[in-house]
Design a protein. Structure first.
Length: 213
């Protein structure tokens, strides 16, 4: 996870740690999106996992299918967990906004719920950079909680965070504005596994960078 305040995000997700995986492991929509992505990847593809968390399920599924996975997360605890749980992938503790990205370097980029603590301008800029890091014809999965909110204070798994997001159509427009084609769009309600959890909307976009752009 990445936030407008690097230290604040690291503290929050260091504290959440493995509980995040337990809370969200039951998301069938997340697993479906991974299966769809795997169908489009070339053998031994190179994949960037933004906000890689504990490494499961995303990096685990991709590395298990023989792909080269680089996970990036701002939380040292998450990176340590992921490195232990998915030894076939590589993980870096860094703010993705500050990480140099080579043009057309990845066959796929995964961005599962890792934009929510950025401003709208930062989300827009980052998705554009990530699209540029995709090979032409490469795929990107974008997932968010599609609410029309900006810099709202919230408690997430016991940690105080500030949240910014887009309504569904505006989030899809963010992707197309970055030069991506939205191939599929899935909206669902998911209830995390945890005390006091309530259903929350999830939006998954499967996108492609076209070969001619």
């Amino acid at each position: 996870m990445t936030t407008g305040n690097h230290e604040e995000a690291a503290r929050a997700f260091d504290a959440i740690g493995a509980a995040y995986e337990r809370a969200f492991a039951g998301s069938a929509a997340h697993l479906d999106s991974l299966h769809r992505l795997l169908e489009h990847l070339p053998p031994h593809g190179r994949v960037l996992d933004v906000g890689s968390g504990t490494g499961r399920p995303t990096a685990l599924a991709l590395a298990g299918a023989g792909h080269e996975v680089l996970g990036v997360d701002v939380s040292p605890v998450m990176v340590e967990l992921a490195s232990r749980q998915v030894p076939r992938a590589s993980f870096r503790c860094a703010d993705i906004r500050e990480l140099p990205l080579e043009a057309e370097d990845f066959d796929a980029v995964c961005v599962y719920f890792s934009l929510l603590q950025m401003s709208r301008a930062q989300q827009t800029e980052l998705v554009g950079r990530l699209a540029g890091a995709l090979k032409r014809g490469g795929h990107m999965v974008l997932a968010t909680v599609p609410l029309d909110v900006e810099d709202v204070s919230a408690v997430f798994m016991g940690q105080r965070v500030r949240v910014t997001s887009f309504a569904p159509d505006a989030f899809a427009a963010l992707a197309t504005g970055a030069g991506l084609t939205v191939l599929s769009r899935q909206e669902t309600l998911f209830t995390p596994d945890g005390p006091g959890a309530v259903p929350e909307p999830h939006l998954f976009l499967h996108c492609r960078r076209e070969t001619g752009r």
